[in-house]
Design a protein around this ligand. Structure first.
Ligand SMILES: *[C@@H]1O[C@H](CO)[C@@H](O)[C@H](O)[C@H]1NC(C)=O
Ligand code: FES
Length: 492
């Protein structure tokens, strides 16, 4: 995971970044905009396509129903092929008449059966193995190579661009499979560009304010100057705290999607916060967050408490409290910021049909438009320079399967309450939250009936207890569906 760097280059680079706002060096300007603005340069396409993309956390993914999701603009369907004990992934389009395969079902032989006319596809190569209309089986769905690693299901992006054979391994993080650490996972579909999610995650100084009363306190705010500890490269960059006594951390970007923030303390437990920022559609991403605490070095009550809150059984509880709240704290801010980033952007170029396309520049002339006087913005500056240098400022190279409408227009500006929505963006495809939702609904219905029966029988106390239980279940149900508004940080 550690970025390798030539010592001399690193030295020169660190010296240069002592003043992060100094004029950009030549290496950072190496990329000129392409002559034909609709043609994405091959190296940019390769950067996004030739990757293993995380799709799902396997522990909270359905093993009975197919799950629809997007990666790089392409609609995909993922399912569990029980007879072969493997996750499978196809383009979510039936080759027969383009129905969504994710509306179908998984048959007893582990194949995905289309809901429209019942063609059944095996997951290995996408071949159609059953055709109820009795023609010779023909047609093949587009299949993506899939691996499971570190509790994540990954698919090879190259297949979406009609190219590159799968190679290399997924971008895993050592702490996530280190027995000294406990790991809690959360994911959420967000109305934010993936690069904004990454710039936010790598920025320690927003935590005290944006997450006031969620995981931090604004009274504890301090300067967190950051210094590049490796040169900006195509495969990412790493920054470390310039004042480790204040904040002993590092912020690392493993291009093009993995943001990692680690704190290492000699006298206390270490933490590693991981965020896979997966581009789903233009202006949208899936944040797949892993919180790794070194529980082995925690004192006893805390160790058990953190261990318990990371347990699979209680995943839904963290998904409706801290984990969801932290993402929601940022969501409204980032969604709005992105809209203003784009304001100064030229309209996206029309692209030839079938060609991989891309939107307008995401944050044009950001260096001139933003005030960045302190080194606490070091990770933001590094991330935006990485986007400028290695993607020509365009960010994601969207696959040819991206809906044309999503490429043509900038994403709409959503109302704040829409960004707190938790069912479409998470619970419906999280087995833990779906289970909790079904239980909460059953408990509420039963407690309501119980309260009425007790009331009719004259047992007022029992009726009150049942009514209390119904209210509790109803509030749980509400939290599984939508985040609280207004945010707590406003109150004090
Ligand atoms: C935690 O951080 C300390 C201090 O940097 C380091 O010596 C130790 O190896 C780390 N432990 C783990 C499990 O990563
Ligand atoms: S569209 Fe899938 S079987 Fe007809």
């Amino acid at each position: 995971m550690a970025l390798q760097l030539a010592p001399l280059a690193a030295l020169a680079f660190t010296a240069r970044l002592a003043a992060p706002l100094a004029p950009r060096s030549r290496v950072l300007l190496s990329a000129d905009p392409p002559a034909d603005p609709s043609a994405v340069p091959a190296d940019v396409v390769q950067l996004w396509s030739e990757q293993w993309w995380p799709l799902l956390f396997s522990a909270s993914a359905s093993k009975t129903a197919p799950t629809p999701l997007h990666v790089l603009g392409a609609p995909l369907v993922v399912w569990w092929d029980a007879p072969r004990a493997r996750w499978r992934c196809l383009l979510d389009r039936c080759p027969h008449r383009l129905a969504k395969l994710s509306q179908g079902r998984v048959d007893a032989r582990g194949r995905l059966e289309c809901a429209y006319h019942g063609w059944a596809f095996e997951g290995g190569g996408g071949a159609c193995e059953a055709l109820p209309q009795r023609g010779a089986p023909c047609g093949r769905a587009l299949a993506l190579p899939v691996v499971e690693a570190q509790g994540l299901v990954w698919a090879w992006g190259g297949a979406l661009f009609g190219g590159a054979e799968a190679r290399g391994g997924p971008l895993t993080v050592a702490e996530a499979s280190d027995p000294r650490f406990s790991v809690a996972d959360y994911w959420r579909e967000c109305a934010v560009d993936a690069t904004l999610a990454a710039e936010n995650f790598l920025d320690p100084s927003h935590v005290y304010f944006a997450h006031h009363r969620t995981i931090a306190r604004r009274e504890h705010a301090r300067a967190v100057p950051l210094r590049l500890s490796s040169p900006l490269r195509r495969d990412g960059f790493s920054l470390r705290s310039a004042q480790p006594q204040e904040w002993p951390g590092t912020a690392t970007f493993h291009a093009p999607m993995l943001a990692v923030v680690s704190t290492r303390r000699a006298g206390s437990y270490n933490t590693t916060l991981v965020n896979y920022c997966v581009p789903t559609l233009p202006g949208r991403c899936r944040q797949m967050v892993r919180i790794c605490f070194e529980t082995a070095r925690m004192p006893p009550p805390l160790r058990q408490l953190i261990g318990l809150s990371s347990s699979r059984r209680l995943a839904w509880l963290s998904h409706i409290t801290r984990a969801a709240a932290v993402v929601e704290d940022d969501h409204g801010l980032l969604h709005d910021i992105e809209h203003f980033y784009r304001l100064a952007a030229p309209p996206p170029p029309a692209s030839p049909p079938g060609a991989p396309s891309q939107g307008a520049e995401l944050a044009p002339r950001w260096e001139a438009r933003l005030q960045l006087p302190t080194r606490s913005d070091g990770s933001f500056i590094a991330l935006r320079r990485w986007v400028d240098t290695y993607t020509r400022g365009r960010g994601v190279a969207w696959s040819p399967h991206t809906p044309a409408a999503a490429l043509a227009a900038p994403p709409p500006l959503l109302a704040p309450h829409a960004l707190l929505e938790r069912f479409e963006s998470h619970a419906q495809h999280c087995t833990a939250c779906r289970g909790a939702l079904a239980t909460a609904r059953r408990v509420r219905a039963a407690a309501q009936v119980g309260a009425l029966l007790c009331l009719a029988a004259g047992a007022a106390r029992l009726a009150a207890a049942a009514y209390g239980a119904a209210m509790l279940a109803a509030s749980l149900e509400a939290r599984l569906l939508v985040g609280p508004v207004p945010r707590e940080r406003r109150d004090s």
